[in-house]
Design a protein around this ligand. Structure first.
Ligand code: SF4
Length: 302
């Protein structure tokens, strides 16, 4: 049974924020059209409409965490895309977090490229000054063709602009890449264009996820109809290998495979320094006969 839940309940957060203070700021997603995503459309048993929460209610939640002595933790401002909210509203909340909770290690939230492009450089600087440290943004693919096919509502050039704007404002940027998102037909373009976009932006961090197709999404229907193919484990690892191999020499991002969907758990504090090591380990996985015959799993719970 699918239940509609109010905006003060949290549906997802990044794995890296598992031990953070989670404060709901927006509910749902203002876009809600990506063909691979059903986060707010029932794949986790709940739906949630897009909403910006009342600022006083958010402050009451922060007060409760302060009363319970949740000091010294990172804080994640939850919801699909809090950066869709007005800047003054976000500044007020971030400042309140910093006043009420002591020694906050980090304040973060999800961000969508188009919401970032709608904000001026000044507005982004105000968010940085208030204490927003890092945003998590779905690049998914650097290929505009794949982004269009997946109804991401953005293209490579917008993401490059948004990414640079975030970094220039002094906010760290973590990008997600979905391996296998172009299936076999667009795998080469996915690899080449993703490496190009990463090279243009040089984000603070980029993280790999592997495409898993969730029931109830438009991509599920396409897959079930035989019109979309999942890549095998070794093909996914090859895509990651080629993305890393095609990065420009300027890219010194941190890299993580920190999701249950990944077929390796490699990470780097600086891919410029670790590139050779990364490629060597990925090559050894690609050439491992056990990996070559590993059956493909499609996770429907993550
Ligand atoms: S923008 Fe993010 S949350 Fe919204 S539909 Fe796309 S993937 Fe899902």
């Amino acid at each position: 049974m699918v239940t509609k839940i109010p905006s003060d309940q949290i549906v997802i957060r990044p794995p890296v924020e598992a031990y953070s203070v989670l404060i709901p700021v927006t509910g749902g997603c203002s876009w809600n059209k990506c063909r691979f995503c059903g986060t707010y459309k029932g794949v986790y048993g709940v739906t949630q409409d897009y909403a910006i929460r009342n600022v006083d209610d958010v402050k009451k939640d922060i007060d409760k965490f302060a009363e319970r002595n949740y000091h010294g933790f990172p804080v994640f401002l939850a919801g699909g895309n809090p950066t869709s909210a007005p800047t003054e509203y976000l500044v007020e909340i971030i400042k309140y977090v910093r006043i009420k909770l002591r020694d906050v290690q980090r304040v973060s939230c999800y961000a969508k490229a188009l919401d970032i492009l709608r904000k001026s450089e000044e507005e982004l600087k105000k968010l940085a000054e208030a204490g927003l440290d890092i945003v998590y943004m779905g690049l998914e693919s650097g290929s505009s063709t794949i982004l269009r096919m997946m109804k991401k509502g953005t293209n490579a050039e917008s993401i490059i602009k948004a990414g640079k704007k975030i970094l220039n404002a002094g906010i760290k940027l973590s990008l997600y890449i979905i391996l296998g998102l172009g299936s076999h037909n667009y795998s080469e373009e996915h690899v080449k264009e993703t490496a190009r976009v990463l090279t243009e932006i040089n984000p603070t961090i980029f993280r790999f996820r592997t495409l898993n197709i969730l029931p109830g999404t438009p991509l599920w229907d396409e897959w079930k109809a035989g019109e979309f193919e999942l890549l095998s484990p070794v093909e996914n690892i090859k895509e990651e290998r080629e993305i890393i191999a095609n990065l420009g020499n300027n890219v010194n991002s941190q890299v993580f495979n920190d999701h249950v969907s990944n077929y390796c758990d490699l990470e780097s504090a600086n891919i410029k320094q670790d590139k050779e090591m990364f490629l060597k380990v990925l090559d050894s996985l690609i050439n491992d006969p056990r990996i070559q015959i590993l059956p493909r799993r499609n996770l429907i719970r993550m």
